[in-house]
Design a binder for this molecule. Structure first.
Ligand code: GDP
Ligand code: MG
Length: 441
């Protein structure tokens, strides 16, 4: 399965201290093969691989994670991304009844889904009603009635004996009935064909136009792999839909449909069905699906913990240094750069009463200014960075020339640094930060 393959690929990276470009390329190739084998659509594979490669090679260096963990993290985040990112909730009307229309090929699982949705909606405190608009197959209406009974909800169906009814008319009357008897959600079950054809599309499009549903859910059997993408595209163009429901995920070992459908159609996956029973159904969570596909739940937890622990360590170390007045220019630079990302010191300062002014001062540094500060500090010797007190007039001149700034810029920086160090030391003393006490000032 995709999960096995990905796990294998990423485990090869374990134990590597550093990833070369060749490592990343080789890993990307393996992931590509794994995705193609899982029947993920080619354009989706391409985009995915390009993103993972770019991020793996890019400047995303995390000190909390080893390279293999970083790749896993990136792959996981990108998986969540193509699965839709955030969980998308069902869109209900402000003025009930809300109308949810189900569309898809025959056998996709629409009628079963109608029952599952009804049960789930009841659990959410709604009062759903099912409307039988599949008048194509003789026993389709009966099937919906059975499902409705099991879910404990009412089913609206055309009276028998009037010949083949008009599904658009049934849909309209079903909604009237819902209004009359105070059902707040109407689930409209429709007919499907074995293959995509014009008449089916027109019928679904007519129902949609007539009842203006709040959601049109395209129901697709995940087991059909690549075909899911083609069918989805046909329905998008022929009927249009606002969300996708994946069914038979229990039989979809490869996971390809899940990964392709959202990216190709641009519509989110709202629910997933994974069995024939009414309970085999849940809201679709991109992050959970991603970890299932990646099959690395433990690894992902480890990564999260490592990152959290690292943040805490860094903040603690920064606090100790600030408080003890041991801050060097190197630290100062690092912290300033971190501010761009609202790093530890910005957070720390934000937590200290009375530190607002200082925070503003630091936060006001614009990018250009930061670049200049960086150039100046880089132009200093390690000894100077470590103990800026030794930076006398001739050193200032040398630093200014070396980093292409004026001597007054160097003076400004050094003075601001001493001020900041003093201020931090005092604040630490006042607020009892760890390490408060002996300073170099
Ligand atoms: P429709 O033609 O789109 O209305 O599809 P049905 O609801 O009649 O379902 C077709 C078949 O698929 C039935 O035998 C269902 O029991 C089965 N089915 C539906 N959803 C699932 C699912 O999530 N998992 C499995 N294993 N079977 C399903
Ligand atoms: Mg059906």
């Amino acid at each position: 399965t995709l999960s096995d393959r990905l796990t294998g690929v990423l485990q090869n990276l374990r134990g590597k201290g550093r990833l070369s470009e060749a490592d990343i390329d080789a890993t990307a190739r393996e992931i590509r093969v794994a995705l193609l084998e899982a029947d993920v659509a080619l354009p989706v594979v391409r985009t995915f691989i390009a993103k993972v490669k770019e991020r793996a090679k890019g400047s995303e260096v995390s000190q909390a994670l080893n390279p293999a963990q970083q790749v896993v993290k990136i792959v996981n985040e990108e998986l969540v991304g193509i699965l839709g990112g955030e969980t998308r909730r069902l869109n209900l009307a402000k003025n009930p009844p809300s109308v949810i229309m189900l569309a898809g090929l025959q056998g996709a699982g629409k009628t079963t889904l109608a029952g599952k949705l009804a049960k789930w909606l009841r659990g959410q405190g709604h009062t759903p009603i099912l409307v039988a608009c599949d008048l194509q197959r003789p026993n389709a209406v009966t099937q919906l009635q059975v499902v409705g009974e099991r879910a404990g909800v009412k089913v609206f169906a055309p009276e028998p004996g009037n010949g083949v009814g008009d599904p658009v008319d049934v849909a309209r009357r079903g909604i009237e009935e819902a209004r009359r008897s105070q059902h707040d959600v109407v689930v409209v079950d429709t007919a499907g064909r074995l293959g995509v054809d014009e008449e089916m599309m027109r019928q679904a499009a007519d129902i949609r136009a007539a009842v203006q549903p709040d959601e049109v859910l395209f129901v697709v059997d995940a087991m059909i792999g690549q075909d899911a993408v083609n069918t989805a595209t046909a329905f998008r163009d022929g009927v249009g839909f606002t969300g996708v429901v994946l069914t038979k995920l229990d039989g979809d070992a490869r996971g390809g449909a899940a990964l392709s459908v959202r990216e190709v159609t641009g519509q989110p996956i709202l629910f997933a069905s994974n069995g024939e029973k009414l309970e085999d159904f849940d809201v679709f969570h991109p992050d959970r699906m991603a970890s299932r596909i990646l099959g690395m739940g433990d690894m992902l937890t480890l990564i999260e913990q490592a990152e959290q622990a690292f943040d805490a360590d860094q903040a603690e170390a920064a606090a100790v240094k600030m408080g003890s007045g041991q801050l060097t220019l190197e630290d100062f630079l690092e912290q300033m750069l971190a501010l761009r990302k609202m790093g530890p010191i910005a957070n720390l300062l934000g937590m200290l009463p009375g530190a607002g002014q200082m925070k503003d001062q630091l936060a006001n540094l614009d990018e250009k200014h930061l670049d200049r500060v960086q150039a100046i500090i880089r132009g200093m010797t390690p000894a100077e960075r470590d103990d800026p007190k030794i930076i006398n007039a001739s050193r200032r001149l040398r630093i200014a020339n070396g980093s292409g700034v004026r001597v007054s810029d160097v003076n400004d920086l050094v003075n601001r640094f001493f001020e900041a160090r003093k201020m931090m030391s005092q604040m630490a003393g006042r607020f009892g930060l760890p390490g408060a006490g002996g300073g170099r000032n």
